[in-house]
Design a protein around this ligand. Structure first.
Ligand SMILES: CC(C)(COP(=O)(O)OP(=O)(O)OC[C@H]1O[C@@H](n2cnc3c(N)ncnc32)[C@H](O)[C@@H]1OP(=O)(O)O)[C@@H](O)C(=O)NCCC(=O)NCCS
Length: 203
C-alpha cells in the first residue's frame, strides 16, 4: 500500500504501540465524541477493549470488509478515518466515517484525511463510489463533506444507532468520475490553505 500522507496529515493502520495514545485520546474526547458515536441497540456503554479492536480491525482489513486508519498530524495520533461497508462487483462502493480530537478540530485535518481515504478507495481498492452519512445536526461534519464536493443525494430515516437512538442521516456521495484527477488533487489548494493558515496560528 502506498503511503497515505499529505502535508502534516497521515493515515495508517492501527498498531499495537498506539495503545496508550489511543486510550488517552478516546478518554479525553468522550464528551466531544459521544453525540456522534455509533452505539449498539440495547447495549448501553459498550466499549471494545483496545486489543480486541486491533484484532478485529486486522481481520476486517484482511477480509477486504473494512479499512480502519488512525489519523496522525505531525506524527501524533489525533483521530480516525474508517472505510467500511465495502461492496464489490456491480456496486463497488464503500462508506467513510471519521473523527478528530477536539483540540485538533477546526484545522482542516479531517478533510485531508477524508480526501486521502477517498483516493485510497478509488485508486487502491478500485471502487467506484464513496458515501458519507451525516446527522443533520452535525454542522461541522456537513462542512467537511460540502467542502470536499460530495453531492447531497438524499435522506436516510433512522439510518444508524447513534448515541443511544436511531438517528436520521443525510446521504452524501462521490463517484470516481466526479474527480478523475483524484480528490486530493482537486481540493489541493483548499486543503493546503486551511492547514497552512491554521498551522501558522496554532501550536
Ligand atoms: C466533524 C469533524 C470530524 C470535523 O473535523 P475537523 O478536522 O475539525 O474539520 P474542519 O477543520 O474542516 O472543520 C469543519 C468545520 O467545522 C468548524 N469547526 C471545527 N471545529 C470546531 C470547533 N471546535 N468549534 C467551532 N467550529 C468548529 C470549522 O470552522 C469548519 O468550518 P469552516 O471550514 O467553514 O471553517 C470533527 O468536528 C469531529 O470529529 N467531530 C466529532 C465526531 C464527528 O462528528 N464525526 C463525524 C460523524 S459523521
Amino acid at each position: 500500500m502506498r503511503q497515505l500522507r499529505f502535508g502534516s496529515v497521515e493515515l495508517r493502520p492501527m498498531r499495537l504501540r498506539d495503545r496508550s495514545a489511543w486510550l488517552r485520546l478516546r478518554s479525553a474526547n468522550k464528551k466531544w465524541l459521544d453525540p456522534w458515536e455509533a452505539t449498539l441497540p440495547g447495549q448501553a456503554n459498550f466499549e471494545i477493549p483496545f486489543f480486541s479492536l486491533l484484532v478485529a480491525y486486522r481481520a476486517e482489513w484482511r477480509a477486504d470488509r473494512m479499512y480502519a486508519f488512525v489519523m496522525l498530524n505531525e506524527g501524533h495520533l489525533v483521530g480516525q478515518v474508517t472505510v467500511g461497508g465495502i461492496s464489490r462487483g456491480s456496486q463497488s462502493s464503500a462508506y467513510i466515517g471519521y473523527w478528530v480530537s477536539e483540540s485538533h478540530s477546526g484545522r482542516g485535518i479531517t478533510p485531508v484525511g477524508v480526501a486521502l481515504a477517498t483516493d485510497f478507495c478509488f485508486d487502491e481498492l478500485g471502487l467506484n463510489r464513496v458515501e458519507i452519512n451525516v446527522r443533520p445536526e452535525n454542522l461541522r461534519s456537513i462542512r467537511v463533506v460540502e467542502k470536499l464536493g460530495f453531492a447531497k443525494e438524499g435522506f436516510r430515516r433512522q439510518y444508524l444507532h447513534i448515541n443511544g437512538q436511531w438517528r436520521d442521516h443525510h446521504l452524501y456521495a462521490l463517484c470516481k468520475s466526479d474527480c478523475p484527477e483524484g480528490l486530493l488533487q482537486r481540493c489541493r489548494s483548499l486543503l493546503e490553505n486551511k492547514t497552512a493558515s491554521v498551522g501558522a496560528t496554532r501550536s
